[in-house]
Design a protein around this ligand. Structure first.
Ligand code: EPZ
Length: 442
């Protein structure tokens, strides 16, 4: 079955209000954390995206029951996850290679069973995506690792013991895996140089609702006082809004002039992106759970350094490179988080953008009128940005490999159409041949 593509016509329109879905990069970890509860957790505001389906498969593979929109008629964004019957701690290669975030089950499996057998995740388009910091941190808690035919074999011969862990880099995934193991490690664990993303806070909040004892999540030093696994119980938790989806739509509003409002998001999650939108000449209004962007004059050039939160998010780098390509002047964007996250530039250049890449710097000469073209998504954020580019390009843009986009954006085309975009999902050509491609996802 040929993969669908997204076809966009450059009508220059993206205005109105859109409801943001729950955060992909939180919901996936909340689902993993439910392994520690040993009962029926309710997780609300879960986006309908393919990565969530893969994580559901991972949990079912472990013996859990995962239901969406279950017998009590909860809405389609609520998951009921019963992990009381989880009886395996093995996560197969086929699932880990589909989604590297599956590695998030490592910490909770070790916490619950003292063991885990998880396929080693591969790299992906944006980088090697190593897990050395995950392993080093967990080893500090007493975990012993071996490699068994491509699988990571974790054991805790002397149980989990608290430690003072210093991460080399504030890795989001490593911080999360550490948290989900440390909550049942004997004693008080300190995680120094911890990631500070809002999704870390969301995970810590759910773990506390389950009975864990965690202080100062969201700061770079998190303290965890271990409790027995039996003290952890199921909970009912709502996922925070997706700041990257919100930032993507705000970039779209900045591109077309808007006015565009994203609702269901805490504006404090987007401080740096909002600051950069203002620097580029936009007017940004913030409410309790919404942000509105408008622009009258030309987009101004900008300097951006992607950094761990609260720095500029790497997941908004492509979207702001698009803005820079349409700004009057030259911008510089430096990617400090991933080693290979400029592939979007090559696709945007096919639409007429003038971008020079030098190591991890991109020099973006703006002022171009983009032309519609056939392009390919290289990762989910680049794919989303290419669709936005099609809205302001002259003519038609056909975006391929949109399975990347479907991993992280719920009903992206539907939301764009509700904002006036002329976009649709189509089969690429009439007499399509069956082509099956399996790519390692980031
Ligand atoms: C999470 O990935 C997000 N994914 C990414 O979002 C996001 O870009 C990233 O955090 C940074 O904010 C999910 O939450 C599912 P890291 P993660 O560990 O946890 C290196 C998206 O578009 N590193 O903070 O994998 C790593 O290679 C995705 O939604 C090591 O070297 O990010 C990378 O260069 C893309 N060793 C950097 O650190 C390790 O042990 C940041 O990685 C761990 C990480």
């Amino acid at each position: 079955m040929a993969q669908e593509i997204i076809v966009v016509h450059g009508n220059g329109t993206l205005a109105g209000e859109v409801q943001v879905s729950g955060a992909k990069n939180s919901a996936l970890k909340l689902m993993a954390a439910s392994i520690l509860a040993g009962g029926e957790c309710i997780i609300r505001n879960v986006p309908r995206i393919s990565d969530i389906e893969v994580m559901a498969e991972v949990l079912e593979q472990l013996g859990a029951r995962v239901e969406r929109n279950n017998h009590e008629g909860r809405d389609e964004h609520t998951l009921t996850i019963d992990t009381s019957s989880v009886n395996s701690f093995e996560t197969p290669y086929e699932l880990v290679s589909k989604m590297r975030a599956s590695i998030s089950v490592l910490g909770p499996l070790i916490g619950r069973f003292g063991s885990a057998l998880v396929a080693m995740p591969g790299g992906c388009q944006i980088g090697a995506r190593k897990i050395d910091m995950h392993l080093k941190g967990l080893e500090s808690l007493g975990v012993e690792f071996g490699i068994d035919h491509g699988y990571l074999k974790a054991t805790t011969p002397h149980g989990l013991k608290a430690a003072h862990v210093v991460l080399d880099f504030p890795s989001v995934g490593a911080t999360e895996n550490m948290l989900m193991a440390a909550v049942v490690a004997e004693g008080v664990t300190t995680i120094e140089n911890a990631a500070r993303e809002p999704e870390i806070v969301d995970l810590a909040n759910m773990l506390v609702e389950m009975g864990a004892r965690i202080e100062d999540a969201g700061s770079s030093i998190i303290r965890v006082t271990g409790v027995p696994i039996g003290a952890l119980h199921p909970c009912d938790h709502a996922t925070v809004g997706d700041r990257i989806e919100a930032g993507t739509f705000l970039a779209g509003g900045a591109l077309t002039g808007g006015p565009l409002t994203v609702r269901g998001i805490d504006p404090s999650y987007l401080r740096m992106a909002i600051m950069k939108l203002r620097e580029m000449g936009c007017t940004v209004r913030e409410g309790d759970d919404f942000v509105t962007v408008t622009r009258e004059g030309d987009l101004r050039p900008v300097e951006i350094q992607t950094l761990p939160h609260p720095g500029f998010p790497t997941d908004l780098q492509a979207q702001f490179m698009l803005l820079a390509a349409c700004a009057k002047g030259t911008s510089v964007i430096t990617e400090n988080v991933f080693e290979n996250r400029f592939m979007f530039a090559a696709e945007l250049a096919r639409m007429g953008a003038d971008i020079v890449i030098e190591d991890h710097h991109a020099l973006v000469r703006g002022g171009c009128q983009l032309q519609g073209a056939p392009v390919s998504s290289t990762d989910l954020r680049a794919g989303a940005a290419l669709v936005l580019a099609g809205i302001v390009a002259e003519g038609e843009t056909r975006v391929h490999k949109i399975s990347h986009i479907d991993r992280g954006y719920e009903d992206y085309v539907g939301k764009l159409r509700s904002l006036g975009a002329e976009a649709s999902r189509e089969l690429p050509y009439r007499n399509h041949r069956a082509t099956i491609r399996v790519e390692t996802e980031c």
